[in-house]
Ligand binder design. Structure first.
Ligand code: ZN
Length: 291
């Protein structure tokens, strides 16, 4: 074979490899459009993080603005492997709500990101799918707190707030379920950057697995409890991953956030996690950021 022919073959093989790499196996849909948080600047970062996993082609469905007519807002959830909610605002039309419930019930994946846990206080199935939530006028009637006590998660029906946090602070995340695909291989504890430490979340908490907690000390505005920060809910045949982290784009640079979102989204989409723990993953006492 001539050298020229060989070079052309090498080029062809390289192109095929690049093509194969360029086609992510799964489809993700980020839903936004309303949120008391900065959805316009967090959605592009969430999209980039999911795409950088190499696993997802990501699209975005943006609802009309608050107070506008939402009757035409009906994303085709079934066309995706995972829905990532960055939405907190007006109630969706009944058929859109029914679509999401049916989608998850039949095996779809859902990721609840940060303040999406304040959405839809009156939508029963949404609260069941996400497990725990806060704010949005929620009260003690939303359900119990989940607390880590004496080596296990317990339900706590104490009176008190439903969704709150102290001033942003750096905190350590402690893995409570090391054998779950999302947490398997992660260090037992790892630092997150200065962020809101969500606390006092309440909800039905059915079929819920707490993957990781963070201790919220009283002197820093917390409940002096180990708060559930990362957890999963199995709803019908579907999988839900809840990620309380990531107040603003700045916090989305934390490798604690990046890696757990990528792993949580893959698990929600497929029930498995094939990703390796990144080399820059934080340690028990030092957070890691990617610029
Ligand atoms: Zn926030």
């Amino acid at each position: 074979m001539s050298l020229k022919k060989l070079s052309w073959m090498l080029i062809a093989v390289t192109l095929l490899a690049v093509q194969a790499q360029a086609a992510p196996p799964y489809k993700a849909l980020i839903v936004d459009g309303q949120n008391a948080h900065d959805w316009k600047n967090t959605t592009p970062v969430l999209k980039k993080i999911l795409e950088e996993s190499g696993l997802f082609a990501v699209e975005v469905a943006t609802s009309p603005a608050k107070g506008q007519d939402l009757s035409g807002f009906r994303p085709k959830f079934v066309a995706y492997d995972v829905i990532v909610s960055n939405y907190q605002g007006d109630d969706w039309p009944a058929e859109t709500r029914a679509d999401l419930v049916e989608y998850v019930q039949r095996g779809g994946g859902l990721v609840i990101y940060h303040f999406a846990c304040a959405a839809f206080p009156k939508w029963k199935e949404y609260n069941e799918m996400m497990g725990l939530g806060g704010w949005g006028g929620r009260t003690e009637k939303a359900g119990a707190y989940l607390r880590w006590k004496d080596g296990k998660i317990v339900r706590d029906n104490s009176p008190g707030k439903t969704g709150a946090h102290g001033p942003a602070q750096p905190f350590q995340i402690v893995v409570r379920e090391p054998n779950h695909p999302i947490t398997k291989g992660l260090p037992p504890a790892f630092m997150h950057v200065t962020d809101e430490l969500y606390g006092w979340l309440r909800g039905p908490g059915k079929n819920l697995t707490v993957l990781a907690t963070a201790f919220a000390p009283k002197e820093k505005g917390g409940a002096d409890e180990h708060e559930p920060i990362l957890f999963t809910v199995e709803f019908g045949k579907g999988r839900v991953f809840f990620d309380a982290l990531g107040h603003q784009p700045e916090q989305l640079k934390s490798v604690s956030f990046i890696a757990t979102l990528q792993r949580g989204a893959e698990w929600a989409a497929t029930g498995r996690v094939t990703q390796k723990v990144p080399a820059d993953f934080p340690t028990a006492d030092k957070a890691a950021v990617r610029e």
